[in-house]
Design a protein around this ligand. Structure first.
Ligand SMILES: [Zn+2]
Length: 358
C-alpha cells in the first residue's frame, strides 16, 4: 500500500469526525507472541494513515528471521528494539513481501544494525524498487511539505478541520521519515521458493503466483502452522493497486490450501481460518465478472466504474463506518476496477502507473 493513497484519502475526508483513540504517534508498534519464538509486530488500527503492515519475527538457535521491513526507518528501529527485548541474536534475513514502500522502507535500519543481513524479495520486487515505481519516495517529500504548509496556514487561521488537525502530526512524521529514507533493495531473490532450515524448524518463503503485485511472497511455518500473506490478504479493507485480478483469484486458492492455524494478513487482524480469504476471492470474482461484462460491451473505464455495483460487499467489508467505506472506495474499488478493466481488454497492468488516482 502506497502512502499517496493515504494523502488522497486525507484530502477527501474533510467531513469525517476526528478519531478519539489516536493518542500514540502513527509509527507506534506493539509486540505479541503468536507461538514459541514467533512474534507479531503490529500497529493497532489498520485503517489509520499512513498504513503500516504487520511484521513477524522468528527467533532461531543462532539468528532471527524477519518478515516485512516496515514502512519507515523509525518503524524498523522500533521493531529492532522490540526484537532486542526478546533476544540479542542477530537478524540474518528480512523478507519484503512486495515492493510497496510500507513493506520495505525500513530496510535501511536493519542493514545499519545488522550489516550482514540479507534482504529477501521476488525479482519483480527488485525491479520495482530499483525502477520508476519507487521513485515516488523522493516525489512525496516536497508534496507532503506543501501539504503541511497549506494545512499549517489553515490551522493558524483556525479553519483546519478536526480530522486534518488530527492527521497533521502523522503527515509531518511521514515526511520527515521519507526525507531520511534510502531505498535498500533486496540482495537475495526468490522467484519460486526458498526454505531456511533452522534445526527442527523450517521457514518457507514462497511465491504462489501474482496477485496484489507481480511479486508477492508469503511466509509459511509448517511446524507452527502460521502463514503470513503480505498484502494478498488485507483486513478489513483490501488494497487493489496495480493488481492482477484473475491471477489473484487463483493465488488465493493456493493460500487457502495451507493447513494453517493462524493467518497473518499484510495489514489488520490475524485470521484463524480461510473464511476471509474466500470472501476476498468472492469480491475479486464479482469485480472481474462485472468489469468483464462492461468491457465486452465496449464501455470505457469511467462508464465501467459507474456501472460497477459492489454495495453488498461494501456493507460486508466496511460495515457502516463512513471512514472504512470511503477507504473501501479509494483503496479497493477505484484501483481494482482499473486493473480489471485493463486485464479484460488484454492490456498490461504496470506497477506505479496512474495508481495514485486509481
Ligand atoms: Zn501494505
Amino acid at each position: 500500500m502506497r502512502v499517496l493513497t493515504g494523502i488522497v484519502t486525507v484530502a477527501l475526508c474533510l467531513g469525517l469526525p476526528a478519531h478519539p483513540a489516536w493518542a500514540d504517534d502513527v509509527y507506534t508498534m506493539a509486540l505479541r507472541t503468536l507461538a514459541p519464538d514467533v512474534y507479531l509486530i503490529q500497529r493497532p488500527d489498520p485503517l489509520r494513515e499512513p498504513v503500516e503492515p504487520n511484521a513477524l519475527f522468528i527467533v532461531n538457535a543462532t539468528d532471527v528471521v524477519v518478515f516485512e521491513g516496515g514502512g519507515a526507518p523509525i518503524v524498523a528501529e522500533r521493531s529492532i528494539a522490540l526484537i532486542r527485548s526478546v533476544t540479542d541474536k542477530p537478524v540474518s534475513h528480512v523478507i519484503n513481501s512486495h515492493w510497496h514502500g510500507d513493506h520495505n522502507l525500513g530496510n535501511q535500519a536493519y542493514r545499519a544494525e545488522f550489516p550482514d543481513v540479507r534482504i529477501v524479495a521476488h525479482p519483480e520486487t527488485l525491479a520495482a524498487m530499483t525502477g520508476t515505481p519507487m521513485a515516488y519516495v523522493e516525489r512525496y517529500v516536497p508534496m507532503l511539505t506543501d501539504l503541511i504548509e497549506e494545512w499549517g496556514a489553515e490551522q493558524a487561521k483556525g479553519t483546519l478541520s478536526p480530522r486534518r488537525a488530527e492527521l497533521l502530526p502523522s503527515i509531518v512524521l511521514m515526511r520527515d521519515e521519507l526525507a531520511r529514507t534510502t531505498i535498500v533493495p533486496p540482495d537475495l531473490l526468490v522467484s519460486d521458493r526458498l526454505v531456511l532450515e533452522r534445526g527442527d524448524r523450517e521457514i518457507h518463503i514462497l511465491h504462489l503466483g501474482r496477485g496484489n503485485t507481480p511479486g508477492d511472497l508469503v511466509l509459511w511455518l509448517p511446524g507452527e502452522r502460521i502463514l503470513a500473506s503480505g498484502d494478498l490478504v488485507v483486513h478489513p479493507v483490501p488494497y487493489g493497486f496495480g493488481s492482477f485480478p484473475l491471477d489473484w483469484i487463483a493465488t488465493l486458492d493456493r493460500l487457502a490450501g495451507f493447513d494453517f492455524d493462524l493467518l497473518v494478513p499484510g495489514h489488520g487482524a490475524v485470521q484463524h481460518d480461510a473464511a476471509y480469504i474466500r470472501r476476498l476471492q468472492a469480491l475479486l470474482t464479482e469485480v472481474r465478472r462485472q468489469v468483464g461484462e462492461s468491457v465486452s460491451k465496449g464501455y470505457d473505464l469511467e462508464t465501467t466504474r459507474a456501472k460497477l455495483d459492489l454495495s453488498s460487499f461494501i456493507d460486508e467489508f466496511a460495515g457502516d463506518d463512513a471512514d472504512a467505506r470511503q477507504k473501501f472506495d479509494n483503496w479497493w474499488t477505484q484501483p481494482i476496477s482499473r486493473s480489471a478493466w485493463l486485464e479484460a481488454r488484454g492490456e498490461p497492468i504496470k506497477q506505479g502507473a496512474a495508481d495514485e488516482t486509481g
